[in-house]
Design a binder for this molecule. Structure first.
Ligand SMILES: NC(=O)C1=CN([C@@H]2O[C@H](COP(=O)(O)OP(=O)(O)OC[C@H]3O[C@@H](n4cnc5c(N)ncnc54)[C@H](O)[C@@H]3O)[C@@H](O)[C@H]2O)C=CC1
Ligand SMILES: CC(=O)C(C)=O
Length: 257
């Protein structure tokens, strides 16, 4: 079988980096595509030093043309690719009364429009090569149950679940599946930042801020990025070939609370 190639956006750190490293273990060559090229290059170098195959690319996923060019460059460099993980996202704290049109545009362009641009470009590449592929989008537990003070973020993640279902229906005829993963509370810079805001508002330290999130987790611990990467490995691999339009919730059982 030919080598498989995956592009993971937002993979210079956090969940995206863990996904990239896991997919390399699964035998993929990976494109590390991120706004932060320096950090993306470090991740790619470390994967290559360990015997895997990776290349770093700078991308702003909210820029349709730039994102398309990055996917084309990744395919040129690493080979014909068949998995796109739309992982990049931002999660600013946005109590209702603080939201401006500019913030709305920014969060929706980075979190939602990016998935559509990525799907358009990847679909064109898959079809151009005459094969199907897999689109995997980052949702969140915050897109299953609304999260306080995260109006913009939470609503974009509800949107991701919706657009994933539509994509599954629209793209099935081309042999393309579309699924999403919904992490819970994962120890990454994004989550540390949210915890910091919560702690600051309560006059407590960041560790306290983070601990307030673990009380609702059935399994009793915060998520490691690798917990999410394990689930994405399943969605990217052939064991999930008959699954489409789904959101795989990877939250340690938060939704039962
Ligand atoms: N950390 C958590 O607890 C959870 C995270 N998620 C989702 O998982 C995904 C990854 O989250 P984390 O790893 O925690 O985030 P993170 O903030 O730690 O890392 C995000 C990465 O995306 C990159 N990025 C940001 N804007 C970008 C843009 N416009 N174009 C390209 N790259 C960009 C950043 O440079 C960074 O490397 C996000 O979609 C997030 O919403 C979902 C549920 C929980
Ligand atoms: C950052 C995030 O997705 C949360 C809090 O669920």
């Amino acid at each position: 079988m030919n080598k498989e190639v995956a592009c993971i956006t937002g993979s210079a750190q956090g969940i995206g980096e863990a996904i990239a490293r896991r997919l390399v273990k699964d035998g993929f060559a990976v494109a590390i595509a991120d706004l932060n090229l320096e950090m993306a290059q470090k991740v790619a170098d470390s994967i290559n030093d360990d015997g895997g195959e990776a290349a770093a690319f700078k991308v702003d996923v909210s820029d349709r043309e730039g994102f398309t060019q990055t996917l084309e460059a990744a395919a040129d460099k690493l080979g014909d690719f068949n998995v796109l993980v739309n992982n990049a996202g931002i999660a600013p704290t946005t109590p209702i009364d603080t939201i401006t049109p500019e913030m709305f545009d920014k969060v929706y362009h980075i979190n939602v429009a990016s998935c559509i641009w990525g799907m358009q470009a990847a679909t064109a590449l898959f079809k151009g090569k005459g094969h199907g592929g897999k689109i995997i989008n980052a949702a969140s537990q915050a897109g299953v149950v609304g999260n306080a003070n995260l109006m913009l973020y939470s609503s974009t993640k509800f949107a991701i679940r919706g657009l994933t279902q539509v994509a599954a229906k629209d793209l099935a005829k081309d042999g393309i599946t579309a699924n999403a993963y919904a992490p819970g509370i994962v120890k990454t810079p994004m989550m540390m930042d949210i915890a910091h805001h919560v702690a600051q508002n309560a006059g407590k330290d960041d560790e306290w801020g983070m601990s307030t999130f673990s009380k609702d987790i059935t399994l009793g611990r915060l998520s490691e990025p690798s917990d999410v990467a394990n689930a994405v490995s399943f969605l990217a691999g052939h064991d999930s070939d008959y699954i489409t339009g789904q959101t795989l919730i990877v939250d340690g059982g938060m939704q039962f609370q």
